[in-house]
Design a binder for this molecule. Structure first.
Ligand code: ADP
Ligand code: ZN
Length: 519
């Protein structure tokens, strides 16, 4: 079988992307597969080609109702018979389609998971042959993921009802261990062929901005890019609405999208953006899973999202066409407060809560590290890299001079030690800056020898340095809602004078202090 010919004839592509060929071969040889590829890595092709070549019908289970129609239209245009079943159909349409499925008129049927175990559908599948089921966005089955969908739990029950157990092809862009374990376990994959393609997206440039006026930064940025399209993610619906209004008033072509809007309204906003009638999409994380807009030139996170997976997936919507694009995260301490509030609101039992706080801290570290950002991201996704600097992130390109902050680090580390490693970032910073905060006095912390030893800095500046020390491993934070700062083996090295600490610019008080020494 010449897969390359099929790729050319039906899809018009010259060659397979990483992992595609192997996954297709695996499925065709009757093996379950688990394809882990980054957003826009080309997962759809991995089940579309086997579907074409196999007898009977391939089911594609997808949570993305809004995307089904587009995919089906695209397939039809390539001469592949496909249809979909979801809640957007009238019962009349539904009946006709079911009958067409029964009489074998389709190779591919896209279906929303909630539809699987409906009597009508179960009735039909008893009469047809289903050799292969593709489960797109399969991380939705895991409670550990950021996209957990209860309806995905229906899938195993559905499969158990079929006359013959089909080959299962699972696809996701999420590669964390817990989630992969869930996908394999809950869906009972049979010794699956597991293919993890690289997660690197070489055409994406990563940047983190902190301590800035976000609105000002954003306006400046957008003004320079009026001819390009981009997505701006905000943490809440309210924020989406207010930013939408503000940018509209300033004359930008914007659309907005969040879960509080009606289905039609959302569809319209999405289409307006997809067809380039607006250049900016302002949205909550409700927007974008599966969106195939190729020319998104930038993704700005106006607020820090909840974890690395969510961040990489959302940021990854930039540059699907392979052209250079930017992913910018605007950090403020307020974002941390917001995310913690959301964790509290959304995590019902404590086990998930601890994981959520831990994952949040990893992203906070990403925002404060001086390491290569790309390296941090890839390492998180379990990839090893043989380079130190990517040369395409705001840290690698930061040419501000490195300052020796060993003395400051020592002061902070000894303060953490004196405070018996039992306080959070704010309290440690309060003590060091010599704050008159009531709590400091109530706890008698003003009596510590480290009280006020960094009084030339503001509490906020000290907090920044502490977060930097955490991000670099000189300190660590316990998990939970009120994380406590603790020492690490690396702290000892610094305290004993075996290791020096360097940090780039941006500590305001430090600049003042230096000017001061000139006098
Ligand atoms: P994913 O589902 O992994 O996010 P898609 O399957 O939507 O990604 O593919 C992303 C884009 O890449 C689509 O526009 C698709 O047509 C294109 N694509 C997929 N495979 C290839 C290939 N082998 N060669 C060129 N383009 C491809
Ligand atoms: Zn880099």
């Amino acid at each position: 079988m010449d897969l390359n010919r099929i790729l050319r004839e039906y899809f018009g592509y010259e060659s397979f992307r990483k992992g595609q060929y192997e996954l297709i071969q695996g499925i065709l040889s009757g093996q379950d597969v688990l394809g882990i590829m980054p957003t826009s890595g080309g997962k759809s092709l991995c089940y579309q080609i086997p579907a074409l070549l196999m007898e009977g019908i391939t089911l594609v289970i997808s949570p993305l109702i809004s995307l089904m129609k587009d995919q089906v239209d695209a397939l039809r245009e390539s001469g592949i018979s496909a249809t979909y079943l979801n809640s957007t159909l009238t019962s009349q349409e539904q009946r006709i389609r079911l009958e067409e499925i029964r009489t074998g008129q389709y190779k591919l049927v896209y279906i929303a998971p909630e539809r699987l175990n409906t009597p009508d559908f179960l009735n039909i599948v008893m009469d047809v042959s289903i050799p292969f089921i593709a489960i797109d966005e399969s991380h939705c089955i895991s409670q550990w993921g950021h996209d957990f969908r209860p309806s995905y739990k229906e899938i195993p029950r559905f499969i158990a009802r079929l006359n013959r157990r089909p080959i299962l092809g699972t696809f996701t862009a999420t590669a964390t261990e817990e989630i992969i374990k869930d996908i394999k376990g809950i869906l009972r994959l049979n010794r699956p062929l597991e293919i993890v393609t690289g997660f690197d997206r070489p055409n994406l440039y990563f940047r983190v901005e902190k301590g800035i006026d976000k609105k000002k930064y954003l306006l400046n940025y957008l003004k320079k890019r009026s001819d390009q399209s981009g997505i701006i993610y905000c943490a809440t619906r309210k924020e989406v609405e207010s930013l939408n209004k503000e940018l509209k008033d300033k004359g930008f072509f914007v659309s907005m999208y969040h879960g509080g809007m009606g289905t039609e309204e959302r569809q319209e906003a999405q289409d307006t953006f997809l067809y380039d009638q607006s250049s900016i999409m302002i949205a909550t994380n409700a927007f974008g899973m599966g969106i195939d807009k190729s020319n998104v030139r930038y993704v700005i996170h106006f607020n820090m999202p909840k974890n690395m997976e969510a961040y990489y997936q959302e940021a990854g919507r930039a540059g699907r066409d392979g052209e250079n694009s930017e992913c910018i995260l605007l950090f403020s301490p307020q974002d941390v407060v917001k995310q913690k509030y959301l964790i509290e609101l959304n995590t019902m039992h404590s086990e998930r809560e601890i994981v959520a706080y831990k994952n949040l801290q990893i992203l906070i570290d990403y925002c404060h590290t001086h390491d290569c950002l790309r390296k941090r991201l890839l390492t998180y996704f379990g990839e090893t890299t043989d380079w130190v600097q990517c040369g395409k992130c705001s840290n690698c390109l930061d040419d501000r001079e490195k300052r020796d902050i060993t003395l400051e680090a020592k002061k902070i580390l000894s303060c953490v030690y004196r405070m018996k490693e039992s306080f959070g970032v704010t309290m440690v910073a309060n003590v060091l800056s010599g704050s008159k905060n009531k709590k400091v006095f109530a706890l008698g912390l003003e009596k510590l020898s480290t009280y006020g030893i960094m009084e030339e800095y503001t509490t906020k500046d000290i907090q920044q340095i502490i977060l930097f020390l955490v991000a670099e491993g000189y300190l660590t934070m316990t998990e939970g809602k009120y994380p406590v700062v603790k020492l690490t083996p690396q702290s000892a090295a610094v305290l004993k004078g075996k290791e020096e600490v360097y940090k780039r610019g941006e500590i305001t008080a430090m600049e003042c202090q230096e000017e001061g020494t000139v006098h």
